[in-house]
Design a binder for this molecule. Structure first.
Ligand code: GLU
Length: 486
């Protein structure tokens, strides 16, 4: 059987950068070593799980093109033979209950009737005694009578697992090497809530076993759960999958990645004009590298080169500037058609090019391809080809207030009115001739011409821009701009 790995998000919010990185490493692992990438929705938190979050997970993964071999599909269908892939549904179908019953029957788990107030009082007492706050196991040995008395008070029990108190729990992590935890630091964790729903730590063990996962690749924030999970595997008589904990992602200031570092939802990156392939390339390097520190990967190359041995233990630093650079690299690598397709939603949203000639629009979008860092910048950079010119005040001040600006525009207008072939080279030659004949420097014509047609001092190469704008628009704008000169 091939490897089986999973991405197991809890649908309690957006799919974030860290989640997508975990999904990606599992995906790459499955592709590299031959295996299946499985999506499982861990919706055991009844209060915080939402259908909208599950949808956001689907949307984010599909946009990033991390397609899963098994799991729930957005259209309600299910792929794979190990379903259901929603834990809430598995709980309803009784998947976990028999293992809870097994642990109870073998005296490896017990009913705990403590109320939240009692647990709180226990914690306060422990803190006062400078002890680490954790469940003290007081319900481990309740008599039948005590249980009946609690039940008579209307208390509903949770089920706790009897954690060993002595010795160590060790495991070999593919990334971190030998890891060991002292069992005295573990505690009798709740494995089933009073509602009958299993907790994360229990459900994850049962499902990874029943779904025959060979490897568990997840964020380092879960490493402290691993010894407890390993104890559960042992208690249930199962071997545990091979563990691999990915380094944490930090912001440039060295603290855990948060919203202010750019840890927004994956779909927000789509909205900000990132290409999925650029984001994926960037995320692949958050905690992994090739021996020669390769930065950019051709399509399909990551799947080949990914190697779990190249994953690092130390935190990876999320650098939005590098991500933006990489996005620019990917934008530059697009064909003219692909660039247009990628930019289209942004241009459509801006609205000014509705009904425009597509082939011309493609040329216009490609004019400044070298410069774009995100797709979102494109509409503003090309808007003046379609919408009315909005003059940048500083440009007007700097260029049109020159005493030569008026004469320069008049000379250019005269040449361009007479020009039949309104294409790049003749446009440039005519402008140079106009300068010469009026005793001006070339720049003294070029700058006012640029501001007149675009309102800006920067933009695409001037004569290409004039060519794509066309004679009528160029002349109309140049004549109108005369009114702004002194
Ligand atoms: N459901 C867990 C989470 O969203 C992941 C569990 C795991 O990978 O073991 O953090």
């Amino acid at each position: 059987m091939g490897n089986r790995v999973r991405f197991a998000p809890s649908p309690t919010g957006h799919l974030h950068i860290g989640g997508l990185r975990t999904a990606l490493f599992n995906y790459l692992f499955a592709k590299k070593y031959g295996g299946s990438f499985i999506l499982r929705i861990e919706d055991t938190d009844e209060e915080r799980s939402t259908a909208a979050s599950t949808q956001a997970i689907f949307d984010g993964l599909l946009w990033a093109q991390l397609t899963w071999d098994e799991g729930p599909m957005p259209n309600g269908e299910v792929k794979g033979a190990y379903g259901p892939y929603y834990q809430a549904q598995r709980a309803q179908e009784g998947v976990y209950q028999k293992f809870i019953d097994q642990l109870l029957a073998e005296d490896k788990a017990y009913q705990c009737y403590c109320t939240p107030q009692e647990l709180e009082a226990m914690r306060t007492q422990q803190q006062a005694n400078k002890l680490p706050p954790r469940y003290d196991g007081r319900c481990r040995r309740l008599t039948g009578e005590q249980k009946e008395a609690f039940k008579a008070q209307g208390r509903k029990p949770v089920i706790r697992f009897k954690m060993p108190k002595e010795g160590e729990t060790k495991f070999t992590d593919l990334i971190r090497g030998e890891v060991s935890f002292a069992n005295k630091d573990l505690y009798d964790l709740v494995i089933q809530k009073a509602s009958g729903i299993p907790t994360y730590n229990f459900a994850v063990v049962v499902d990874d076993h029943l779904m025959e996962m060979t490897h568990v690749i997840r964020g380092d924030d879960h490493i402290s759960n691993t010894p407890a999970q390993i104890q559960l595997y042992r208690a249930l008589g199962w071997a545990h999958p091979i563990m691999a904990h990915l380094s944490m992602i930090h912001g440039p200031d060295g603290t855990k990645l948060s919203k202010r570092h750019g840890d927004t939802s994956v779909i927000e990156y789509k909205k900000q004009g990132y290409l999925p392939q650029a984001l994926i390339n960037y995320l692949a390097l958050l905690g992994w590298s090739t021996p020669d520190s390769q930065q950019l990967f051709a399509p399909g190359e990551l799947e080949q080169k990914f190697d779990i041995a190249g994953c690092q233990k130390s935190p990876a630093v999320f650098d939005p500037v590098k991500l933006q650079w990489m996005n620019g690299e990917y934008i530059r690598g697009l064909s003219k058609d692909a660039l247009y397709e990628a930019a289209k939603p942004f241009i459509d949203e801006a609205g000014f090019a509705a009904g425009a000639d597509t082939e011309r629009l493609k040329d216009i979008v490609a004019l400044e391809q070298e410069k774009y860092k995100t797709l979102k910048e494109i509409p503003d950079l090309i808007s003046f080809f379609y919408a009315d010119v909005t003059f940048d005040e500083a440009a007007v001040e700097k260029v049109f207030k020159q005493p030569t600006a008026k004469a320069a525009l008049e000379a250019a207008i005269a040449k361009y009115e007479a020009l039949d072939s309104f294409t790049e080279q003749p446009l440039e030659e005519a402008a140079r001739a106009a300068a010469k004949e009026s005793g001006l420097k070339a720049g003294q014509i070029f700058h006012p011409a640029r501001v007149a047609v675009s309102g800006r001092t920067n933009g695409p190469t001037l004569f290409k821009m004039l060519e794509y704008m066309g004679k009528d628009m160029v002349l109309k704008r140049m004549r109108a701009a005369l009114g702004l000169t002194v």
